[in-house]
Design a protein around this ligand. Structure first.
Ligand SMILES: C[S@@+](CC[C@H](N)C(=O)[O-])C[C@H]1O[C@@H](n2cnc3c(N)ncnc32)[C@H](O)[C@@H]1O
Length: 268
């Protein structure tokens, strides 16, 4: 069985009503036969470990409800922390010039769309290798009318030339895949979330950070920042990837005091 509050969330989803209105609607109108069957099916999937967010096609992020499906990673509260840290550390905007940002690996679009809606003076490019994930991000972008955001479909193997047309950046942000197979991952995450959003190629946890460090070398403006989500036990190792390219780094903690974010700047 599933916890009562999860059953209520699923019933509200089947009824197409807000959770806060469920008790009232339950009194007014019992579930019809079709809705009963739909709810039973969803409960069965939940018992098998399917994340609730994939069943309701929804996850809150930075005060907005994002559409999600199994093509994208479910946006995490830690990632809201990355957005908050980034917004606090953006370089000042020069008179008459907009800020330029790139998000690598946008998934549901939660990071790029949030930045675009919070900072309308910033133009954001958001890359993604999965076409199915890009369809989700595009839908979310329409919902939130993020007009200052352009998506780019890129190859699974990252190449610099795919970013050639992007201007000098004030921000490069990413929550890239950073897990390797031997890392501990909750069973429902491992079984249901897209592997290409979780794991790096070749069992190399630094694979994407190395690419991002090279991209920063080419594209980061003099006062720009890199902002990355990192694995809590690999803060020093990840920082070193950027330091060996001559950048200054700062590891930041999330609300649970774990090392989860890396800020990167040019020296001098
Ligand atoms: C950890 S998920 C992050 C998704 C979203 N930004 C978030 O924070 O919830 C990483 C994303 O990177 C994408 N990805 C993997 N390889 C990529 C590549 N070479 N270029 C662009 N995106 C890539 C995956 O498909 C996935 O959507």
């Amino acid at each position: 069985m599933i916890p009562p509050h999860e059953r209520r969330i699923l019933e509200a989803h089947v009824r197409g009503c807000r959770l806060s209105a469920l008790a009232f609607i339950q009194q007014e109108k019992p579930l019809n036969e079709y809705e009963e069957r739909q709810l039973k099916d969803l409960i069965k999937l939940r018992v098998r470990g399917m994340p609730l967010q994939y069943l309701t096609n929804s996850q809150g992020f930075y005060g907005r409800e994002f559409y999600v499906n199994t093509a994208v990673l479910v946006p995490r509260p830690e990632t809201e922390g990355l957005v908050e840290l980034t917004l606090k550390n953006l370089p000042p905007r020069e008179e008459g010039r907009r800020l330029f940002a790139l998000e690598f690996g946008t998934g549901s679009g939660c990071i790029g769309i949030t930045l675009a809606t919070e900072r309308k003076d910033m133009m954001i490019f958001a890359s993604e290798a999965s076409r199915d994930a890009l369809a989700v991000a595009t839908e979310n972008s329409k919902t939130f009318r993020a007009v200052n955001l352009d998506f780019m479909h890129v190859s699974e193997t990252p190449h610099h030339w795919q970013y050639d047309t992007i201007p000098l950046l004030d921000l490069l942000i990413s929550n890239p895949p950073y897990l390797v197979m031997s890392d501990h991952v909750a069973a429902d995450v491992a079984e249901h979330e897209p592997p290409e959003a979780l794991y790096t190629p070749d069992g190399d946890p630094m694979f994407y950070y190395r690419f991002l460090a090279e991209l920063l070398e080419e594209k980061l403006g003099p006062s720009g920042i890199g902002a990355f989500e990192i694995a809590e036990d690999r803060g020093a190792e990840t920082a070193l990837v950027f330091e060996t390219k001559g950048f200054i780094t700062e590891v930041h903690k999330d609300l649970t005091e774990r090392d989860r974010y890396l800020l990167v700047r040019r020296k001098g």
